[in-house]
Design a protein around this ligand. Structure first.
Ligand code: KG4
Ligand code: ZN
Length: 346
């Protein structure tokens, strides 16, 4: 079973061919990715119309490259998976339209996949795949959620951000520090030279008792600090501010993830989404989990941020469990807003 996966929900065009082997273990035969980060950088964030047009330019050449790299042809594709949502409507429509056209031409079924289900299941592409049930911390540019996953399509929301996502907090702080877009990796790089305790920044909802997050106030706190430092802020203060911001975000994510493990009684934590690539977060989660006898699982490093492999994988796992959405040939729709909880089967 070969699944072609197409991801186009935001600013990355990702295509991959994933094989669901007879042994039930899925593996990536080939994958290709084009990031639009350089194109959007001049605007300080993603411009939806430009994103859609670029997906159109990239998706077919990437598909050809993936098939070539895998030594496969379109005739080998058994199922075409695409990101149905959530994301930018115009960008999603590119992947969905191409998938529907390929499906109709090849007379193969299509499967519209939830982007976050892709992230959540992506550690199954790692060597050290986690067994169900587990707690998942989904931390991306648009989402910050703690989920309980009891199986494929059996997810329960435990808590989520009430305002900004963790990735947004990284990106907005990076913008204040004039680090360009996307800000997360740039902020993490600068933070490596700073003191994480230099500035006492707020840890919103840290002790709220529930599993919700709030990151909007952090940006305001950083703005206030920067204003106090004046226009000629030195490089060390900028690095200290970056390190302190990163630490504040990490502290809250770790505290709530450990709380989720303790409340559910589970001992496995899956971390997925772009912010999951943050080394400080990884180290702190591993250390915290070890203290309570739990283990942390990640997708392979290249599959932390958006990619086509996770979309193909989610479709392959759903297929294996008889849980593929029923899609009439040639028809497709997108769901720019799509709560992950709606996917769960009873
Ligand atoms: O999952 P993803 O690629 O796209 C979305 O679905 O949103 O996540 C992108 C987010 C951005 O906010 C980016 O700044 C952040 O992940 N990010 C990081 C790092 N790498 C990516 N944040 C902190 N540290 C990193 N190393
Ligand atoms: Zn994502």
């Amino acid at each position: 079973m070969n699944v072609l996966g197409i991801e186009s929900s935001c600013d990355e065009t990702g295509v991959a061919l994933v094989q669901a082997g007879a042994d039930g273990v899925p593996r990536v035969r080939a994958q290709a990715l084009h990031s639009q980060a350089d194109m959007h950088e001049a605007y300080g964030g993603v411009v939806p119309e430009l994103a859609s047009r670029d997906h159109i330019r990239r998706v077919l050449p990437l598909t050809r490259r993936v098939l070539d790299d895998a030594g496969a042809t379109l005739a080998d594709v058994d199922l075409v998976a695409y990101t149905r949502g959530p994301g930018l409507a115009g960008a999603l429509l590119v992947g969905a339209g191409v998938a529907a056209a390929l499906g109709a031409a090849l007379q193969r079924p299509t499967a519209g996949i939830h982007h976050l289900e892709g992230h959540l299941l992506s550690p199954f592409l790692a060597e050290d795949a986690p067994p169900f049930p587990f707690v998942a911390l989904l931390v991306s540019g648009g989402h910050t959620q703690l989920m309980r996953a009891d199986g494929v399509a059996r997810y329960r929301l435990l808590g989520e951000t009430v305002d900004d996502a963790a990735g947004e907090a990284f990106d907005k702080t990076a913008k204040l520090l004039e680090l360009g877009y996307p800000g997360g990796p740039a902020l993490a790089r600068l933070a490596a030279f700073g003191d994480p305790e230099a500035y006492d920044l707020p840890r919103p909802l840290r002790h709220s008792g529930d599993l919700d997050f709030s990151f909007a106030g952090l940006k305001t706190a950083v703005m206030t600090r920067l204003a106090r430092l004046g226009p000629n802020v030195c490089e060390q203060s900028r690095a200290d501010l970056a390190a302190s911001t990163q630490q504040a975000i990490v502290d809250v994510l770790v505290a709530k993830s450990l709380q989720a493990l303790q409340e559910t009684g589970l001992d496995r934590l899956v971390v997925a989404g772009g912010v999951g690539a943050n080394m400080r977060l990884r180290e702190a989660l591993h250390a915290g989990a070890a203290r309570i006898g739990a283990r942390v699982h990640h997708p392979p490093p290249a599959l932390c941020t958006d990619n086509g492999a996770m979309i193909a994988l989610a479709a392959a796992l759903r297929w294996q469990h008889g849980l593929l959405p029923d899609e009439p040939a040639g028809a497709f729709d997108v769901r720019p807003r799509w709560p992950l909880q709606e996917l769960s089967v009873a």
